[in-house]
Structures are given as structure tokens and as C-alpha cells.
Design a protein around this ligand. Sequence first.
Ligand code: FE
Ligand code: FE
Ligand code: ZN
Length: 303
Amino acid sequence: MEKLIIGSHVSFTKGSQLVGSVKEALSYGANTLMLYTGAPQNSNRLPLNEKLTEEGLKLMANNNIDKNNVIVHAPYIINPSNNKNLDFNVSFLKQEIDRVQKLGLSKLVMHPGSHVGLGIEEGIKNTIEVLNLSLKETDNIIICIETMAGKGTEIGFNFEQIREIINGVHLKDKIGVCLDTCHINDAGYNLSYFDEVLSEFEEIIGLDKLMCIHINDSKNVISAHKDRHDNFGLGTIGFENLISIIYHDKLKDIPKILETPYVGLEDIKDRLFPPYKFEIEMIKNKKFNSNLLNDIRDYYKNL
Ligand code: FE
Ligand code: FE
Ligand code: ZN
């Protein structure tokens, strides 16, 4: 059997916390997961319940989910590129670092953010500062800087900028990278030539830094600098390219996380269904399902 570490973004709710997240992942046929410990867009964070954490970790162990493959995503309100809210960024990131460790986990994905007019170099400098002020020697964590699409004033849209950030951080063993396929497509990397993209990554950053891959198709053409995710195989990157990234020999041990959009019904706008169960099925079968969206709607409509 080929090794495949696949999962998706799942929810983390007040009542069930990690237990609910793991159950959701299992319902998709996943063997890893990614969660936000609160809403991605705001700073409200509910206290972690130790019993639910313990139960969730046990559920993971019983289902062969390695906690080292589980990812936490930091909220977007942390914008390390812009130092207007430096104190907030640092205190919030420190809190997230604590929460990840309290959950028994070790990988935190963070966007380097947008410089909002300060310029790319300033943005990189600010990001380094936030990381250096937030990380402690005793933290048992790896913060994975995500590759961005270059939308607006986002930084981190090429491997050189990511390397510059890593170079400035003192505790380098606590820094990794999360590669997002939609983002790098939109940033200008051609995923039809993935081996070339990967060698570039190896040369500039090093494969040992790659800790997580966000698997998303893109609604936009290469270099669009847009960042709009599409469902697996339905976008401009396409099924074959995404499958060859997922099953790439050099990337076997790296968790792959889907962040593809929920699917709506044509007539009822507020009912949205997660695509992950069906996308993971396609990935396991390595066979494109041209009826993907309808299969998702049919399955969930009557649940
Ligand atoms: Fe992200
Ligand atoms: Fe992403
Ligand atoms: Zn994105």
C-alpha cells in the first residue's frame, strides 16, 4: 500500500473540541486533520477542555492518526507583516503557541500576512520580529509559514521571501513551511512542471522545512494573484497535477490538507456541504469523478 497522509480543514466547536474535530475527519475517511482553535477571523478563544483533549488524542491513536501530522491554523487577524499591532500580534501568537501545545499538537500554520503599504522588505522584517518575540526555546512547536498568492500586499509569495523570513528567525528548528498549491499557482508557479517547482523549493528553502501541503485547486490562472480555492480537479491546476503532487515520492511523509470550498445547492443558498469525503475518495482511487459536485449534494441533501 502506498503511504498517503490526507485530511482536510475540520471544525473545532465549543461542545466537543478535539473530539469533534477527529470525528469529523474520520467521517471523511481522513487520517489527519487541520483545525482553527477558534474562528479564523476573530480573536475570541474559548478555554480548552482537558478531558476533551485527552479523549480526542485517544480517538486519534485508536484510528492511526499521528498527532505529529495534525495541523492547527493560526487566525488571519494575526498580521505579522504590519507592525501597527505588534503587541497584539505577539501576545496572540504566544497564546496560540500555548494552545497548540495544550492540545498535544506541534504544528501551527501561519500566514506571513500583508504589509499594507510598508513594502515587502519591511513586511519580512516585521514578520521575523513577531516570530522572534513569540517563540521560546522551551516551546515544542513548529510554526509553518504558508506560501501566499500575492493578493493585495501579501508577502511570502515566492520561495526567496520565505527563506528570508526563516533566515531572520533565531530558533530556526521551530520554523517550517506550508506549501499551498492554489496560492503558489496564483503566485506564478506552474504546477504542470511540479518537479521543477519542487527542485526550486529544495534549493532555496530545503525539503526538510516542508511540513504541510495545502491541497487546493485554483479558480484562477497562473500568476493571477487572487487566492480563490476550487474543488479538487475542477480548477486550473487540475486533477492529474494535484494527484502527482499528493503521490510524489519525495513528499510521502508530509501531511496533505484540503481547504477546498463547501458546495452549495442551486436553489437553497445557505445550505453548504463539505466536499472532503468525496474528494478524499477520488484521491484514494486516483480517479477523477466528473460528477463530484452532484454526488456531494445528493449525499448530504438527505442526511
Ligand atoms: Fe492558510
Ligand atoms: Fe492554505
Ligand atoms: Zn488561500
